[in-house]
Every structure is written in C-alpha cells, then in structure tokens.
Design a protein around this ligand. Structure first.
Ligand SMILES: C[S@@+](CC[C@H](N)C(=O)[O-])C[C@H]1O[C@@H](n2cnc3c(N)ncnc32)[C@H](O)[C@@H]1O
Length: 278
C-alpha cells in the first residue's frame, strides 16, 4: 500500500539533512578535511545546522573555537538555532548573508571553510572562490562537496530520473491541472565537472589536496525528503505552488521506485579539499 506523503509546513532542508546517509556523506568530508583540529571555522551555506552539529562533535579544543555559520535564509538560521539548542551554541556565530559577500560577512581570516552541498547554487564560482580565498589564512583549508556536478548521475540512474519526472508531471497535470513554467535559470545552473572544479581552484589561488568521487546509494526516503525542500521544488518544478509540487514529486518518486523495482539509485558525490596558497 502506498504510504502517505510527508506533510510539511516549513519546506526547510531539515528533513533531508537528518537522513543517515546524508550525515555520513558530510561526516566523510569533515574527516577528510580534519576540521576538528581547527579553531576558526566557517560553515558556509549552513542551512538548518546539520553540518554545524557534525563540526561541534569533532572539535577537540572547544574553549577558543568559533564557528561562523552563514546562510542567506533567515528561516534556515532560525531553525538551526533552535535545533542546536544550547549544545555548545556559544561557539557558533550565525550570520545572515549571501555567500558571495563572505569577506564583509566575516571580517577575520579563518583556518577552515566548509561548504556542504551548496556550491552548485552559485552562478559565478570564480568570484566566490576569490571571497573564500581572502577569508582563509594562507595554508587554510576549503572543503566542499556536491552531488550536483557534471558526472553526478551514473548512466544507470537515468531511467529513474526520466521515470520520476514523467510520473510527477503526470500527477501535477491530471490532479492539479498544473505544469511548470519555463525559466531562464539554466545558464546559472550549469554544472562543472570534477576536473573543471580543480582547474578553477588552481586559477583562484588554491592547491587541490584531495578530490574524490564517491558512489552513494540514494534511498527512496532521500527523494521523498528532498521533495519537501523549497529550493529543490522551485528548481525542479518552477512556478508550481510548493504544496502541490511537493506532493507530486513525492508520489512520483514512490511510483518510479515501484515501476522500476529498485531499492536505491546510485549517485556520485564529489568531495574536494583544497589549500589556500601562501
Ligand atoms: C542544500 S542546503 C545545504 C545546507 C547545509 N550545508 C547542509 O548540507 O545541511 C543549501 C543552503 O544554501 C543556502 N544558500 C543558497 N544560495 C545561497 C547564497 N547565495 N548565499 C547564502 N546561502 C545560500 C540555502 O539557503 C540553503 O540553506
């Protein structure tokens, strides 16, 4: 029997961010970058604080540590503050700002900048890397990951995405009489390959220390929960009201899993750790 859709009121990233597999993906990046030994850290695009929490778990010398947690969404920051509670919250300074204005948002240079699952949103990645470089001390570390890069979808996953969209669009049209509108955002969302990121980092004053592509088994609940996130719904079904878009995407995902008789979809995650040149 089909399970009911997740009902949501805030369309935040929290539900997805708390999935086990997602926590593991981010924990791996933090460990690759060895963030636990740092004292001044930026959690860039912190969202509702899932990665901030993972950082707090890894910090060894809590006394002099500060984490600047930055996001442009006031709602996400409010939720992060609530979810972190008093868990070492004194060490976390939340700043509402665009990542493109990092230098003015944080006025000191830090040891490490961690940027989880957000770099693909930024149209001008070169300008962003300039901001990041100037916000890091020489020798400081930038660590980022993304599953929206040129190479993230293995060929064997394409049937799922076609089926998911076909099912979701059919539900949207038949049950709600809706269809997405066209947008001019395609250019901004152009994705770089792993090699493209490495070249860009070199051009902007970084040396790549580690770069890896990890194959992840993306479960149905991941597709259900990402379908409750405002940015994802708006990007996938532009112009569609959030409640209907979310319902159509959730049901479409369930149907696609059933149609194809699969229990997960393979998906590549890119992890990069880069060092600011002196
Ligand atoms: C997919 S969520 C990732 C949140 C968190 N890093 C995690 O992995 O749990 C992306 C976050 O980036 C934020 N974001 C997107 N574009 C941004 C920008 N230009 N400036 C600041 N924040 C931005 C969104 O508000 C959202 O909270």
């Amino acid at each position: 029997m089909a399970e009911p859709n997740q009902t949501v009121t805030d369309y935040s990233f929290t539900r997805f961010a708390n999935l086990d597999f997602y926590r593991q993906v981010n924990a791996r990046l933090l460990d690759l970058a060895d963030v636990g030994k740092n004292q001044r850290i930026i959690d860039l695009g912190c969202g509702t604080g899932a990665v901030t929490r993972l950082m707090l778990e890894r910090l060894t010398s809590a006394r002099q540590t500060v984490i600047y947690a930055i996001d442009h969404s006031a709602a996400a920051i409010r939720q992060a503050i609530t979810e972190l509670g008093d868990r070492k919250a004194a060490m976390v300074k939340f700043v509402q700002a665009e990542v493109e204005n990092l230098r003015t948002a944080v006025r000191e240079q830090v040891d490490s900048i961690v940027y989880c699952n957000s770099i693909h949103y930024v149209p001008d990645k070169g300008k962003l890397l300039d901001e990041v470089r100037d916000s890091l001390r020489p020798g400081g570390t930038l660590a980022f990951n993304t599953t929206f890069f040129d190479g993230s979808n293995p060929p064997e996953s394409e049937a799922f995405y076609r089926r998911w969209m076909m099912r979701s669009l059919r539900i949207l049209s038949k049950e709600y009489g809706l269809r997405p509108t066209r947008t001019d955002k395609t250019e901004a969302r152009r994705q770089l390959s792993a090699e493209g990121y490495a070249a860009l980092l070199n051009e902007h004053g970084f040396g790549v220390k580690k770069a890896e592509v990890v194959l992840v088994e993306f479960p149905l609940e991941g597709y259900i929960d990402i379908s409750t996130f405002k940015d994802f719904i708006e990007g996938t079904l532009p112009g569609v009201p959030l409640d209907r878009g979310s319902a159509a995407l959730q049901r479409g995902a369930r149907q696609a899993f059933e149609d194809l008789k699969i229990s997960f979809v393979p998906r590549n995650w890119l992890n990069v750790v880069a060092i600011r040149a002196a």
